[in-house]
Design a protein around this ligand. Structure first.
Ligand code: MN
Length: 231
């Protein structure tokens, strides 16, 4: 059975948490998800990555602006320095090993920043308040259109060039990291998906396919394709 390493959040009290939706989507794809506890020891990270077949970087708090060389502005949200110190080297190592990576929301932002990209610290303040990217209600509803580039990994996986997605982010990738190809954008132009050509499977999405994957085939298809690339 394919084993997928999943990165958790860390609460203020120090508990690891991760939404069950991620686990269920991986289970539905026929693989076994496993939480990777936070560490800052790169030798341990290498051990972890050597034992899993793929890496799932999950959503969570904002990436610390120090990770992309900026001061934290008042419009920036809660950050997670311990997660940054774990996930940045972990993602870098996984890329070096050419381990398949599915990076969702914060994970997609981590992936881009690891490769030297930067962020809008707040979409409404620094980009445009036009589209409701922070969806404060349920992530189970689709709220905005997304245009998918023809011939991209996302197009190949879903067979679609346009579909609706949920949206639970107040930040977005501003300049994508080196080598990343932007493959999906919201109607307002914000980046909603990236891939890294030349790698086995590296896909970043700003939306939350795990929360739609029980009802929408195109959302589950991302997990199926990811797990398929891990075998
Ligand atoms: Mn969005």
């Amino acid at each position: 059975m394919v084993l997928i390493g999943v990165t958790p959040s860390l609460t203020e009290k120090g508990n690891m948490t991760v939404n069950q939706d991620y686990m269920d989507a991986v289970f539905r794809a026929g693989a076994l998800p496993m939480l990777l506890p936070l560490t800052e020891d790169e030798a341990v990270m290498r051990e972890m990555l050597g034992r899993v077949d793929g890496l799932l970087l999950t959503g969570g708090d904002d990436v610390g602006p120090d990770m992309y060389g900026e001061e934290k502005l008042p419009c920036c949200g809660e950050t997670a320095p311990r997660r940054d110190r774990f996930e940045f080297p972990l993602c870098r190592l996984a890329l070096d090993m050419d381990l398949p990576i599915l990076a969702i929301c914060r994970g997609h932002q981590v992936l881009s920043c690891v490769l030297g990209g930067n962020m809008y610290q707040d979409i409404a303040t620094q980009f445009s308040p036009e589209l409701k990217h922070p969806q404060y209600s349920t992530p189970r509803d689709k709220v905005h259109d997304m245009i998918v580039e023809e011939g991209s990994l996302l197009h190949k996986i879903t067979g679609l060039t346009k579909f609706q997605v949920n949206s639970r982010h107040h930040q977005a990738v501003k300049t994508p990291g080196a080598g990343l190809r932007v493959i999906a954008r919201a109607a307002d132009g914000l980046i909603e998906g990236v891939e890294l050509p030349g790698k086995k499977f590296v896909l970043g999405v700003q939306w939350h396919p795990e929360s739609l994957s029980d009802r929408y085939a195109e959302a589950q298809a991302l997990f199926n394709a990811f797990v398929g690339a891990c075998t």
